[in-house]
Design a protein around this ligand. Structure first.
Ligand code: HEC
Length: 180
């Protein structure tokens, strides 16, 4: 439990203002140890499409100037940021995919995955403040693109291992808001 004191000394103000966010700050190993989670019930490919890509779409939307219009929209953005923080840790745990175990065991993979979590952590204050600083969101989005591309270049098979694909975000490509 050595993270407790540092959490208190480093983030008392944040905790008081924003409530408890220990889960977001817990290292992966500790999370895995405390839940005993050794494997996931779905593939990394499915997590990638369902959580990683899904959450990235909202972060990129705001960076592209598609700003949330009300608290409901901001709720979606904040949820996407939480998902991004989580997905970096989720894809470090092998699931049911053919190559999951070998990917998760690779140190480059682990590094890129941790970076996703870090980018999410860096976006969280913006989401919590409902920041309309498009340039700041765009900077986060740019870091995300680089992260996705770098990992895909190293690991993504030419033919998706399971055929689980994500459709292009058609609304965004047609200039229609991601928000309902
Ligand atoms: C740690 C490595 C890693 C990172 C980081 C990563 N990906 Fe992936 N991604 C993969 C691998 C490997 C596959 C292929 C999975 C398969 O075929 O089983 C994949 C597959 C996908 C797919 C499904 C296949 C397709 O072409 O539609 C999407 C969508 C996707 N990634 C989006 C993203 C986005 C968006 C990001 C960044 C926000 C990202 N990924 C970051 C490794 C990564």
């Amino acid at each position: 439990m050595k993270r407790i004191p540092s959490l208190f000394t480093a983030s008392v103000a944040a905790l008081v203002l924003a409530g408890c966010n220990q889960a977001a700050e817990a290292p992966a190993e500790e999370a895995a140890a405390s839940t005993g989670l050794q494997s996931l019930p779905i593939s990394i490919n499915a997590s990638m499409v369902g959580i990683t890509d899904q959450s990235a779409d909202f972060i990129w939307a705001v960076g592209n100037g598609d700003l949330p219009r009300d608290d409901h929209d901001w709720d979606q953005v904040r949820g996407a940021v939480y998902d991004m923080i989580l997905t970096g840790q989720i894809i470090k745990i092998p699931g049911t995919g053919e190559f999951d175990a070998q990917w998760a065991a690779n140190s480059d993979w682990q590094g890129y995955a941790d970076e996703l979590t870090q980018i999410g952590q860096d976006a969280l204050p913006l989401a919590e403040a409902k920041s309309e600083d498009v340039a700041a969101w765009r900077a986060i989005g740019d870091r995300l693109v680089e992260n996705c591309l770098a990992c895909h270049e190293l690991f993504k098979p030419e033919v998706p291992s399971q055929g689980i694909l994500h459709e292009d975000t058609e609304r965004e490509s047609r200039g229609i808001s991601i928000f309902d």
